[in-house]
Structures are given as structure tokens and as C-alpha cells.
Design a protein around this ligand. Structure first.
Ligand SMILES: Cc1cc2nc3c(=O)[nH]c(=O)nc-3n(C[C@H](O)[C@H](O)[C@H](O)COP(=O)(O)O)c2cc1C
Length: 231
């Protein structure tokens, strides 16, 4: 007979809830894949939603074909991660409105939309939840969980800015992939990508070595010493 529902069960450590990652059809799909890579390397489970519109951009930018079956395995192969990690990665089509991240009863640690197209941004900001990525973001907000949006467009028009502002007012973290130059770490494209991925990981309190933190760096020759170390 199974133990009664109110009987204390031997304490088993529960796995940490997943982080939902949405990759949409904006340029910068590499950002989404690098984030997944870092999360998986940290042992963090990921529920990935990829929009159909992103397939072409992903192919143009990475050579990875996203259509068809076995997406999780193909993502792991693309990232040079072992296929044994497949238990940490679940991939959903964007039309799967019945998938777990569609419901607030499904526990997650939050969601990152990276890169976020202006189309998906508009859907999220206006509560249009006809795609899984928009519905999962909507659920993340209503459950007061962390939502990070990495928008990619240049220049922004007034509609983009209004939508970004609306989300910021709702507590969403707007984290654009901004060019950054103040440390030598940022001097390559990889360095720039690491900067954005590190900033996303910081939002979830996840430790990383993707860049040297200000205050732990060796100041450039001729730069003034921090005030605290001046006589
Ligand atoms: C090569 C390529 C690059 C694109 N880059 C962007 C972009 O940086 N930002 C953006 O908002 N849309 C971009 N788009 C357009 C989006 O893919 C398009 O608006 C799409 O409908 C977004 O749908 P989704 O939000 O469901 O992924 C790009 C399209 C292509 C083909």
C-alpha cells in the first residue's frame, strides 16, 4: 500500500526548478544558445521555447537547422555538450500552448527571452498570449517570478520603446545586448557575448567567470587608483 498522503516522506532533495529560455526571430540567436550552454554547464535545467520565425535566423547565424525532431540532442551537439545532458534540456515548439511553462502551477525560477524580437516584445507587453513564448512570459509575470528580456533591434521606434517601458513598469528586467568597453575582457565579440550572458546569470544569482568584475580588475596603466586605496 502506498504511504498515506499526510505521512511524512523521507526527505529527498528536490531538483531546482527549470529556467525557461525563449529564443525568438531577432538577430543574436547565439546569445540564446550561449545562455543555454552556461546554464547547462552549471547543472541548471532549461525549458527552451523556440519560435518558428527564429528558425531562419538561427540557420543564417549558426548553421543549425531547428526544424524536425530531436531538437534537444541537436542543440547539445551544436553546443558540444554531452548527450547525457538531455535530461536537463527540454525543447518546446512555440505553438505548444499545452506545455508546462503555460501554467503558473508549473514551478520555474523565471524566464529569459533572448534575443527578443520586437514582435514577441509587442505580444508580451500587450498580453497577447497566443504563442508559448508569450504565454510563458505572461505566466512568469503574473506569478511574480523573474523575467529578463534581451531586446534586439536598432534603432528602436516609439512602439518598441513604449512596449519596453510598459514591461519595465511591470518589474521586467530589460537587458539589451549593449556594446561594452571598460575592461579588456570585452575586447572581442566573444567578450561582448560573455558580458551579456554574465549579466543575465547575475540576475538569477548564478556564479560565473564570464568577465572580471569591476574592483577585481587590474587597472589600466595610467588609470587612477580607486579612492579607497589612495593615501
Ligand atoms: C535574418 C533576420 C534577422 C532579423 N532580425 C531581427 C531583429 O534583430 N529584431 C527584430 O525584432 N526582428 C528581426 N527579424 C524579424 C523577425 O524575425 C520577425 O519580425 C518575426 O516575425 C518575429 O517573430 P517571433 O517573435 O515569433 O520570433 C529578423 C528576421 C530575419 C530573417
Amino acid at each position: 500500500m502506498s504511504p498515506a498522503a499526510n505521512e511524512p516522506s523521507p526527505s529527498k532533495p528536490r531538483p531546482k526548478p527549470p529556467i525557461v529560455v525563449g529564443i525568438t526571430g531577432a538577430s543574436g540567436s547565439i546569445l540564446g544558445f550561449r545562455l543555454i550552454e552556461e546554464l547547462l554547464k552549471l547543472g541548471q535545467s532549461v525549458q527552451l521555447v523556440i519560435t518558428e520565425k527564429s528558425y531562419q535566423v538561427i540557420f543564417e547565424e549558426t548553421g543549425l537547422k531547428m526544424g524536425g525532431q530531436n531538437k534537444a540532442i541537436r542543440v547539445l551537439d551544436h553546443l558540444n555538450l554531452p548527450e547525457s545532458m538531455v535530461d536537463l534540456l527540454e525543447v518546446f515548439e512555440n505553438n505548444r500552448l499545452d506545455a508546462a511553462p503555460s501554467s503558473g502551477t508549473h514551478m520555474t525560477q523565471g524566464m529569459v527571452v533572448i534575443p527578443c524580437s520586437m514582435g514577441t516584445l509587442g505580444r508580451i507587453a500587450n498580453g497577447i498570449t497566443d504563442t508559448l513564448v508569450a504565454r510563458a512570459a505572461d505566466v512568469t509575470m503574473k506569478e511574480h517570478r523573474k523575467l529578463v528580456v534581451v531586446p534586439r533591434e536598432s534603432p528602436f521606434n516609439q512602439i518598441h520603446l513604449r512596449n519596453l517601458s510598459m514591461l519595465a513598469q511591470c518589474g521586467v528586467v530589460i537587458l539589451p545586448p549593449m556594446l561594452t568597453f571598460y575592461l579588456p575582457d570585452f575586447g572581442t565579440i566573444d567578450g561582448q557575448i560573455n558580458y551579456t550572458i554574465g549579466k543575465v546569470l547575475d540576475q538569477f544569482g548564478l556564479g560565473h567567470d564570464l568577465y572580471t568584475r569591476w574592483g577585481q580588475h587590474i587597472p589600466a596603466a595610467g588609470a587612477s587608483a580607486p579612492l579607497s586605496s589612495q593615501a
